[in-house]
Ligand binder design. Sequence first.
Ligand SMILES: Nc1nc(=O)c2c([nH]1)NC[C@@H]1CN(c3ccc(C(=O)N[C@@H](CCC(=O)O)C(=O)O)cc3)CN21
Ligand SMILES: CC(C)C(=O)C(=O)O
Ligand SMILES: [Mg+2]
Length: 278
Amino acid sequence: MKQTTDFLKMKENEEKIVMLTAYDFPAAKQAEGANVDMILVGDSLGMVVLGYDSTVPVTMEDMIHHGKAVKRGAKNTFIVIDMPFMSYHLSAKDTLINGARLIQETGAHAVKLEGGDEVAQQIGALTKAGIPVVAHLGLTPQSVGVLGGYKVQGKNAEAARKLIDDARECERAGAFALVLECVPKQLAKQITEELTIPVIGIGAGKDTDGQVLVYHDVLGYGVERVPKFVKQYENLNPIIGDSLAAYSAEVKNGSFPDDCHSFKMKEEELLSLYGGKA
Ligand SMILES: Nc1nc(=O)c2c([nH]1)NC[C@@H]1CN(c3ccc(C(=O)N[C@@H](CCC(=O)O)C(=O)O)cc3)CN21
Ligand SMILES: CC(C)C(=O)C(=O)O
Ligand SMILES: [Mg+2]
């Protein structure tokens, strides 16, 4: 299994880092089977598997419940788990307690939290306590209310400069990697070149050190509309829809279950069951 330091070496060797989200046992098994370098138990689970319209309602309990299932499915893959909304803002003590719970109770290897300068203290405290941290900048979905929607970030010079400063600050605070979401590709390239730690992009172009996508987006599984930056490698929705409709139709018309999906008792057992008594 890869370690935090291996991701730094991958950056140095210009070997791309592949990250994919997973929220449950089967997805984690598939991700590990596909040899992804890192699995992210993202708080996007609130939207793609719990049906909320943002990541804000996701709780520590939700993250731990899903994190445990992912770990059972991917025992040999590096796992990063999102710290949910407001679990790293109240106090240094709360941040450490929540970070420790996520690591200890799920068996994940690192936590991820959103923000730059304003959470540098928390990144430092967690790292000093022995919890590896991935920073997350650009479009930070937990701040959707403040950002006013899921929009590309860092489009003007001033916003871009702030993002570059924040990225440096995250590295200085001790983050071992940075997720950069929904920013212009030129800005992502510059940040990737300026940082020593690996930058993993999502909607950030091809020049970052790695890429991350949401499992359900890649597969077209459950999700209806996906962000522009998503490449759908499959569209499972109609496959699942058609399969379930066929099952339903066959139950209704009596063609399921047939003999090959049923169990049979031997004739002599049937005879002794009914034979003398009927
Ligand atoms: N299924 C899913 N995939 C994700 O990548 C994802 C989630 N959910 N939930 C949490 C966040 C939210 N994300 C999103 C959601 C929507 C857009 C989006 O629609 N963006 C517009 C761009 C708008 C603009 O031009 O500024 C787009 O058209 O892609 C982007 C990121 C990324 N994350
Ligand atoms: C989109 C990725 C980076 C994420 O934070 C999540 O899936 O929650
Ligand atoms: Mg997230």
